[in-house]
Design a binder for this molecule. Structure first.
Ligand code: 13P
Length: 258
C-alpha cells in the first residue's frame, strides 16, 4: 500500500534508567558515537542525571542527542531532590523522557503530572518523549485503546502545532518492559494507529500522521528489523539493550536501514 504521508524521520533513544556511573556512561557514550554514523536514524542517549555532565562533551557536535529521564514541572524552587528543565538545558540536554511507566506505576505519577512535565519540557526548549502504554491487566481486559486514548488526550489536548511538532510519543506496553516479552509488530502498529487517531481527535487533523511515535519494550537486535518493517513505527526507546554499544548500534542500524 502506498504511504499516505512521507516517511517520518527515525529516532532511536537509549534509556539507561538507573544504570552507569559517570565514568561508565562516558565509556559507553564514546563507543556509541564512534559508530553512530552507520545509522541514518537520529540517536539519543538518556543517562541518569549523575552521568549527564560526563556524557555531554562526548556527544556534543556528533549529532547524537543528549536526553534526561525525568524533570520537575517547575523551573526552580523548594523541591528537594528534583531536577528542572532549565537545569537540564544548561547541561546540554536536548530531550527528556516524560511519564515513563516506571514513574507512572512505580512513583504514582498521574496523567495530570505527566501533562505538566510535558509543558515544562516544551517551555524550556526540550523535546519531550512522552511514554504511554497499557498494563497486562488492561490489555487482557480489552482496555488497551481506552488507556492509550486517555493518556494521549491528557497530555496533548489543545497543544499548539509548533509544540506538537517538537514532541515525540513512545508506546511502551508495560508488560513488555524489561520482560523479554516484545509486542508483536502488529500489536505495536495497532497501538500506534490508536495513538495517531487520538491525536487527530484531540490535537487537530493531521497531528497523528505528523507525530514521531516510537516503540519501547524489550527491543533487541534480534527483533528490531521485524518491528521497524512496520510503517507505523518511527523508531524505538530502548532500555536493556542500550546498555551495550553493540546491541544499541545494531538496533539503530536496523532502524536506519528499514
Ligand atoms: P527494555 O528495553 O529493557 O524492555 O526497556 C524499555 C523501556 O522501558 C525504555 O524506556
Amino acid at each position: 500500500m502506498p504511504r499516505p504521508w512521507p516517511r517520518r524521520p527515525r529516532l532511536v533513544a537509549g534509556n539507561w534508567k538507573m544504570n552507569k556511573t559517570a565514568e561508565e556512561g562516558a565509556r559507553l557514550a564514546r563507543e556509541v558515537v564512534t559508530a553512530a554514523g552507520r545509522s541514518s536514524a537520529a540517536l539519543a542517549l538518556c543517562p541518569p542525571f549523575t552521568a549527564l555532565a560526563a556524557v555531554q562533551p562526548i556527544v556534543a557536535s556528533t549529532g547524537v542527542l543528549l536526553g534526561a529521564q525525568n524533570l520537575h514541572p517547575e523551573p526552580r524552587g523548594a523541591f528537594t531532590g528534583e531536577i528542572s528543565g532549565p537545569m537540564l538545558v544548561a547541561l546540554g540536554c536536548r530531550c527528556v523522557i516524560v511519564g515513563h511507566s516506571e514513574r507512572r506505576h512505580g512513583m504514582g505519577e498521574s496523567d495530570a503530572q505527566v501533562a505538566a512535565k510535558l509543558r515544562a519540557a516544551l517551555q524550556g526548549g526540550l523535546m519531550p518523549i512522552v511514554c504511554v502504554g497499557e498494563t497486562l491487566r488492561e490489555r487482557e481486559a480489552g482496555e488497551t485503546d481506552a488507556v492509550l486514548a486517555r493518556q494521549v488526550e491528557a497530555s496533548f489536548t489543545g497543544l499548539p502545532p509548533d509544540e506538537l511538532a517538537g514532541s515525540v510519543i513512545a508506546y511502551e506496553p508495560v508488560w513488555a518492559i524489561g520482560t523479554g516479552k516484545v509486542a508483536s509488530p502488529q500489536q505495536a502498529a495497532d497501538a500506534h494507529l490508536t495513538i495517531r487517531a487520538t491525536l487527530n481527535r484531540c490535537a487537530g487533523a493531521g497531528a497523528g500522521e505528523a507525530m514521531t511515535v516510537l516503540y519501547g519494550g524489550s527491543v533487541s537486535p534480534q527483533n528490531a528489523a521485524a518491528l521497524f518493517a512496520e510503517e507505523q513505527l518511527d523508531g524505538a526507546l530502548v532500555g536493556g539493550a542500550s546498555l551495550e554499544a553493540a546491541s544499541f548500534l545494531a538496533i539503530a542500524e536496523a532502524a536506519g536501514g528499514a
